[in-house]
Design a protein around this ligand. Structure first.
Ligand code: ADP
Ligand code: MG
Length: 630
């Protein structure tokens, strides 16, 4: 709808229905972070400068009079206004009507539907995460005037709107317009007057638009000489050779909020079907948010050097310790969350960046073992999540992993390749013992038989360990086996130090005691049997062959994911003096009864647990002590 009169050349237009809806949403947005409007205006201004640069390739005259692109922000505290001006391509009258009166962008409608479907919740946040463009300035302005002169044109136009029902377009004298480009004047709402404060505008620009490829200047009041805020070069667009390690470190600190040195810097440009640049850092120490339950990544997505979102999940979750950004020109600036999730370029980025990061870690492990182990100590537990989650890279991540083992010494680490290289003849499994602390694991009775035979056991103390071992079918042909589950089958391996030769089968007395204990303890254990994994200790508990390993069961129970555990198996060391002594007392059933229960509780305590019935335990112990002390 257009109305023009001879006296007033302004044409009034009504917003397209979708624009009206979008504006309504903006103005009534419960979204508190309105700062994003500035990012939108600056990114439009930068786009306009880049478009002009492109046009000038064919028509150099367009740039000739004023070759340097710039964006100028002018604060007008007295007038309650903020001005955003660029010397980019500008808009003709028709372009203004098209660009500022309709919604041409494909993602926006889907975006709006999403917001409307979800009024209170996530919708409000989406506005902040994904720019909805020019109209966001109506979150802070009660009137917006856009004056524009298309590059090379000899006329200029004023677009003006209060963001309610429509807008007007009128010709304007070129002396009142920029020589080239667009000036947007925001008449700020009362509660948005702080956008005339230099301090807050500087902060917002540095935070949101610090890497926009056009220099940004700021003037304290209309007519004042503007000062430079940003220089318009994005670090990651420079060639690696032109970037000093100090520059990388500064940039890393800015993007990660960490104050250390990065452990690893990965900077590359991918070319081919999809083009993008990535600049990623592995922090020098653990960031505090690594174990947040949301396991969110912190990689930022830029499109054409404009920050889009840090929620794009540019890396697999287990690489969430990596900080940095990816910049691509292959996505539209107003990309929505759905588009991000579904786009082919994003999956290609996800794969490419993860590959490069893992390759860089591998390389570090070969070139600088100390630095690698430091990285491993900080982030190894996350990398191991990848063995569980990242099917494609499982073998690669297993090869990268380092472990404390019974053969690693106090400070050292072993890789799975080390393990397999030194494996015993005939040994089919990589044995592991999982628990909460290294000290506890080293004291485990279950280890004794393995130690005595010189069989290496991985000592796993991260909770993720209990999961990936069940999910990693093999490494170099060897399967993973918990030493607290099922039978140990150690008899085929001879002991390194031949002590008193262990009897092959338990003597009849001991067998009788085992049968006795099995009956007595039937409520608490699924079996009692002679053990080949015990040397010094009298007893230990193991999990049945089927089901969960003891540690995994504890973790699952602790997390409320398992109601009750399987009944464990009590293994008895037939050569242990206590076992022999009690087996000999077949004529004293009450003593054997106490001994059976005490042996079970002893195994529990060795496992880091409590006696099942503390009172009964104390009474039995007291009875035995009394006898011994009499
Ligand atoms: P987008 O930037 O994603 O296209 P916007 O809502 O931010 O969407 O802007 C809509 C359109 O308005 C732009 O595509 C552009 O054509 C035009 N526009 C906005 N600001 C400017 C500007 N400063 N200079 C030239 N054109 C502009
Ligand atoms: Mg835009």
């Amino acid at each position: 709808m257009t109305t023009t009169t001879a006296e007033n050349p302004a044409e009034s237009h009504v917003f397209e229905a979708d624009v009206a809806r979008l504006l309504h949403m903006m103005v009534h947005s419960v979204y508190s972070d309105k700062d994003v409007f500035l990012r939108e205006l600056i990114s439009n201004a930068a786009d306009a400068c880049e478009k002009l640069r492109y046009e000038a390739i064919a028509t150099p005259a367009l740039l000739a009079s004023d070759p340097d692109s710039r964006i100028v922000l002018t604060l007008d505290e007295e007038g309650g206004r903020l001005l955003v001006e660029d010397n980019g391509i500008g808009m003709s009258r028709d372009e203004m009507i098209e660009a500022l009166g309709t919604i041409a962008r494909s993602g926006t409608r889907a975006f709006m539907e999403r917001i409307e479907a979800n009024k209170q919740g996530e919708g409000a946040q989406l506005i902040g995460q994904f720019g909805v463009g020019f109209y966001s300035c109506f979150m802070v302005a009660e009137r917006v005037d856009v004056v524009s002169r298309h590059a090379g044109a000899d006329n200029a136009w004023l677009w003006s709107s209060d963001g309610k029902g429509g807008y007007s377009v009128s010709p304007i004298d070129i002396s009142e317009a920029p020589a080239r480009g667009t000036r947007i004047t925001l008449h700020l709402m009362d509660d948005a007057k702080s956008y005339t404060s230099r301090w807050s505008i500087e902060r917002i620009v540095k935070e949101q638009s610090g890497h926009v490829p056009v220099p940004i200047r700021i003037a304290d009041k209309p007519g004042a000489e503007p000062a430079q805020l940003t220089d318009g070069t994005a670090l990651w667009t420079k060639s690696k050779n032109d970037i000093t390690s100090e520059e990388y470190t500064d940039f890393y600190r800015g993007i990660s909020g960490q104050y250390d040195e990065p452990a690893l810097t990965v900077h590359f440009r991918a070319e081919g079907r999809h083009e993008y640049s990535a600049l990623a850092f592995i922090p020098g120490s653990q960031p505090f948010d690594l174990f947040d339950p949301d396991r969110k990544g912190r990689m930022k997505l830029y499109v054409k050097r404009v920050f889009i979102t840090d929620e794009a999940e540019l890396l697999p979750r287990y690489l969430r310790f990596v900080r940095g950004l990816v910049d691509t020109a292959d996505l539209p600036l107003n990309v929505s969350r759905e588009m991000i999730q579904e786009s082919a370029i994003l999956s290609s980025i996800r794969k490419g960046v993860a590959n490069r990061i893992i390759a860089a870690i591998e390389k570090l492990s070969e070139s600088d073992n100390d630095a690698f182990l430091k990285l491993w100590e900080a982030f190894g537990s996350l990398i191991k999540e990848g063995i569980y989650e990242d099917f494609e890279r499982r073998t690669q991540l297993m090869a990268l992993s380092r472990f404390r083992t019974t053969a690693s010494g106090e400070e050292g680490y072993r890789s799975l390749s080390d393990y397999v290289k030194d494996i015993k003849e005939g040994q089919q499994s990589i044995y592991y013992l999982a628990g909460n602390s290294l000290e506890q694991l080293k004291a485990s009775p279950q280890l004794e038989g393995f130690r005595a035979r010189g069989i290496e056991v991985l000592l796993l103390t991260d909770s993720v360990d209990s999961f990936w071992v069940t999910n990693a079918p093999e490494f170099e042909g060897k399967t993973f086996k918990s030493i607290t589950q099922g039978s140990a089958d150690l008899t085929q391996f001879s002991k390194v130090e031949q002590g008193t030769a262990a009897s092959e089968t338990a003597p009849a007395e001991v067998q009788a005691f085992i049968a006795f204990a099995k009956e007595k303890l039937a409520d608490q254990v699924s079996d009692v049997r002679a053990s080949d994994r015990l040397i010094e200790s009298a007893v230990c508990l193991v999990a049945p062959e089927q089901g969960y390993d003891r540690q995994l069961e504890k973790i699952l129970q602790g997390a409320g994911r398992l109601q009750s555990g399987a009944k464990p198996i009590l293994e008895i060391n037939q050569d242990h003096p206590v076992v022999k002594a009690v087996a000999a007392k077949s004529d004293q059933p009450s003593l054997r009864d106490d001994a059976a229960f005490l042996l079970l509780d002893q195994a529990r305590v060795l496992d880091g647990d409590k006696p099942a019935d503390p009172r009964a335990f104390a009474e039995r112990l007291a009875r035995l002590m009394e006898r011994a002390l009499q």
